[in-house]
Design a protein around this ligand. Structure first.
Ligand code: SER
Length: 855
């Protein structure tokens, strides 16, 4: 058959469009505004409100190919032909428009005509009480009663007991014509064996299951159908496993080809393929690995896959599959292309983090399993420690334990987990503050708009860390920002009728509990009305640095690509550092481009707006989330003119122009794949320029050049220094040997040293003259060195005072040997003709002997 996976997607859409259905694009995996579900688990999830009559559907007939995600059978994934976490569901929906007859007729027609499936290999299940459905199948499919199987379980709901629309359903089965594993030759759908494959579910929605479990009639009976794209593709492509379809096989093979372990279990590729697909789609829809809710599901998924990848010795890790996935599915789901680098970054980071703790965790688990022995149970405490200390998801522990026939006490694990959650709720969180008793009252933060307010003291505790005279003051309302998200806490003052105190810092000591670190002789008593004022200048400087990091983050991604995402930051009044994912050092020109892009955004004077949005919407708008940070359902988006949009709780400038400018001080690696940029903004940047400029002027004046000439002069000096060092090194090596060749003569009371090195260049002659004079003559007398057509003479101060002049000697020698010379009484240089070198010492000797001969 020629239809392949992606074509089935299109064939389905056009069949139902032809039949009057409006084609909807897939909604995100994270259901919007639906707190009853973690993920979109079926095609009808985004349409729930239409079925329930809470919202008006854009049309009575809808169709979609919806991305879905389920984790109920996570441990099965990879080991069976059809379990997935992520899958696509094809569906047609009637919102009070057509009902059973049409739904059945459409399904049969699409399968047998459009996909060309053999009608004789189809069978249908119905609810035993659903006479209408039975009649419809008989009419449409013209089949005998043996192909219409009544099953009492044919009632579909969102999940066991979950609220939402529900009703009888009818399932379509495909006869694989295998000898069924049940052993019977005439088994029917509903048999647990492997002959009958369920391919399509038609739900006849009649009821709304309410929160308390009652069934109420829906405003209008409706239709919800769902056909897993992977399954139908396997049928159409005639392959036994969904993993062998054109939708998944290239991904599976990609992983297989990167394995360095020939003995690896082939389930590993399927696990990696499924989980990387699932994880990528989750990340694309804004889920980030974390310790709770959706984030934890994602973390489990990546870590389970990483475990298999590790055993299979996969090169390139899991992230290597993301590109392949984008090429297989990116046309239907452009978010995979758009966020590819980001997805890769998230998966890689989680994989790396896991790898760090895994070794320790695994060997601990092996030990525990060996101790426990087959048939035993691992205690909840041990499982919790593996989870808490080693980051081993409990599901991974369960899976590995199961392979050794060891059970895990999950109830005990849950108990430990809730105990820890309780502990962390009530324990101090920051800076090791030992707060003996955390006040339960939370403080209302008003500091986004106000820097000074009148409020009341709730309670006061001694600050045990800072010691005598230091207190933690808790206020009803506060304009003080407490250290969070990299931004330092505010400082300022508290004033009240009978006193005042300095606020040195502000931190959270527990969730939403804000401590003002106060220094005071006697603190305000609980109940006192105080005026709380933030140091406004310091706050403004912090805001400039914080806003600058947002612009820098965007600039980094513009210059280096989308994978350069934030890993952390420090934002203070004097400077900021920004950590981001990047594999290598930045070049000078990249740093300049990042700085320039940031400064252009400052000059563009983007207005800063703040929006509180549901997280899904925020991500759809393109807001950047930070790794490892967890956000509640509603998030705060800080946006600079649509250019740089981030989820952030910090305080910012009103317009990007207020930052003034930024200046990157440096860039360095701070860990595997993580770089850090240090920068200064606003006043701090100006102070840095000013300081640098002053130092430059000092250098220029020291070198006696203009500021602009400093680089050239320094380069010259450096070159000269290098030459000298080279000469010294040469000198060091050979100098002693050369100097030892000198002869020393007495001419009256003047000692003359003569060194003749015929191939020495003038540079070496200079160096040797110095050496000869200081080392052999100890700074006295006359030192003469002859090189190749060049000579130099040095005369000691005593001899100079007695009238001996190097200039005179050089001139006499040069004249005698056909050259020229010059210099000062202490030192002179000259040249001579090579054939007349013997004339040089002779001339010197006669000058010294004949005494004062003026040249
Ligand atoms: N909601 C039904 C299912 O998930 C049909 O789409 O099976």
């Amino acid at each position: 058959m020629s239809v392949a996976g992606p074509d089935i997607r299109t064939a389905f859409a056009s069949f139902f469009q032809k039949n009057g259905h409006l084609l909807l694009s897939s909604a995100p995996l994270v259901p919007h505004g639906d707190r009853s579900l973690l993920f979109t688990v079926a095609g009808m999830v985004p349409l729930k409100a239409y079925f329930l009559g809470q919202d008006t559907s854009p049309a009575g007939r809808l169709t979609s190919c919806q991305k879905c995600f389920r984790t109920e059978d996570l441990e099965q994934v990879g080991f069976t032909a059809r379990h997935h976490t992520f899958f696509e569901m094809l569906g047609n929906f009637s919102i009070g428009d057509y009902y059973k007859d049409e739904a059945i007729a459409y399904a049969f027609s699409f399968l047998t005509r459009d996909l060309g499936l053999d009608p004789r290999r189809l069978a249908f299940t119905i609810h035993p009480d659903d006479e209408v459905a039975r009649k419809a199948w008989k009419k449409v499919a013209a089949v005998g009663d043996d192909r219409i199987v009544p099953l009492s379980e044919n009632f579909w709901e969102m999940g066991k007991g979950l609220p939402g629309p529900c009703g009888y359903d009818s399932e379509l089965f495909w006869d694989t014509e295998k000898t069924c594993s049940c052993g019977r030759s005439n088994c029917q759908p509903g048999c647990d064996g492997d002959r009958w494959l369920e391919i399509w579910n038609l739900v006849f929605m009649e009821f709304d299951r309410t929160q308390d479990g009652t069934l109420l009639p829906l405003p209008r009976p409706s239709i919800d159908t769902g056909m897993g794209l992977e399954r139908i593709t396997a049928v159409v492509e005639g392959v036994g496993s969904n993993f062998d379809t054109s939708l998944l096989a290239p991904l599976v093979q990609g992983f297989a080809s990167r394995s360095a372990n020939p003995d690896a279990d082939s389930a590993a590729w399927r696990v990696c393929a499924d989980h990387v697909r699932g994880a990528s789609f989750l990340v694309a829809d804004g889920v980030l690995p974390g310790n709770e809710g959706r984030g934890y599901v994602l973390r489990r998924l990546i870590r389970r896959a990483a475990l298999f990848a590790r055993r299979a010795e996969l090169t390139g890790g899991l992230a290597a599959g993301v590109g392949e996935l984008a090429s297989i599915m990116g046309e239907a789901y452009p978010e995979l292309h758009e966020r590819q680098a980001f997805i890769q970054g998230v998966i890689q980071t989680e994989e790396m983090a896991f790898a760090q703790t895994l070794d320790a965790g695994m060997s601990r688990l092996d030990q525990l399993l060996a101790q426990a022995g087959s048939g035993a149970t691992l205690s909840g405490q041990d499982a919790f420690r593996l989870h808490d200390t080693y980051g081993l998801p409990v599901e991974v522990t369960v899976e590995l334990a199961r392979q050794q026939r060891v059970a895990v006490d999950m109830a005990g694990f849950q108990e430990e987990l809730s105990r820890q959650q309780e502990r962390s709720r009530s324990s101090a969180r920051t800076q090791g503050n030992k707060v003996s008793e955390v006040p339960s009252a939370t403080t209302t933060f008003v500091g986004y708009d106000q820097l000074e307010i009148d409020t009341q003291v709730i309670s006061v505790l001694p600050d045990e860390v800072a010691g005598q005279g230091h207190f933690l003051v808790f206020l009803e309302e506060s304009p003080f920002y407490a250290e969070a998200g990299g931004q330092v806490g505010d400082s300022g003052t508290l004033r009240w009728e009978s006193g005042s105190a300095l606020v040195l810092d502000t931190t959270y000591v527990a969730d939403k509990v804000r401590a003002h670190h106060v220094k005071a002789d006697s603190p305000p008593a609980p109940g006192t009305r105080v005026t709380a004022s933030v140091d406004a200048l310091r706050r403004a400087a912090i805001a400039r640095h914080h806003s600058a990091t947002h612009l820098l983050h965007k600039a980094l991604r513009e210059v280096l690509g989308e994978s350069a995402v934030q890993r952390g930051s420090y934002v203070g009044p004097q400077h900021a550092t920004f950590d981001f994912a990047f594999a290598r050092a930045l070049t000078e020109s990249e740093i300049e481009r990042v700085e320039e892009t940031t400064n252009s955004a400052i000059r563009a004077n983007y207005h800063r707006s703040v929006d509180l949005l549901p997280i899904g919407e925020a991500r759809r708008k393109g807001a950047v989330a930070l790794f490892g940070e967890r956000y509640g359902e509603t998030v705060r988006i800080v946006d600079f003119g649509g250019w740089a949009m981030e989820l952030c709780g910090g305080t910012h400038v009103a317009d990007s122009g207020n930052i003034g400018c930024v200046f990157i001080l440096g860039e360095q690696g701070i860990g595997q794949g993580v770089r850090r940029i240090s920068m200064v903004a606003g006043d701090a940047a100006v102070a840095t320029f000013r300081g640098n400029h002053r130092r430059l002027r000092e250098v220029a004046s020291g070198l006696r050049v203009r500021v602009e000439e400093v680089p050239e002069r320094v380069a010259l000096m450096a070159a000269r220094l290098r030459e000298l060092e080279k000469a010294t090194r040469t000198g060091d090596r050979g100098a002693q040997a050369l100097l030892s060749r000198a002869t020393i003569e007495e001419h009256g009371d003047v000692r003359l040293a003569v060194l003749d090195i015929p191939d020495a260049d003038s540079e070496l002659v200079g160096v040797l003259t110095d050496g000869l004079f200081s080392e052999r003559m100890h700074g006295k007398g006359v030192a003469l060195v002859l090189g190749k057509e060049t000579l130099a003479i040095k005369v000691g101060p005593e001899e100079v005072s007695r009238g001996v002049s190097a200039r005179v000697l050089v001139n006499a020698a040069a004249a005698a040997a056909g050259g020229k010379g010059g210099g000062r009484p202490e030192f002179g240089r000259g040249g001579f003709e090579s054939g007349r070198r013997a004339g040089v010492p002779a001339a010197i000797r006669s000058v010294l002997a004949g005494e004062k001969v003026d040249a």
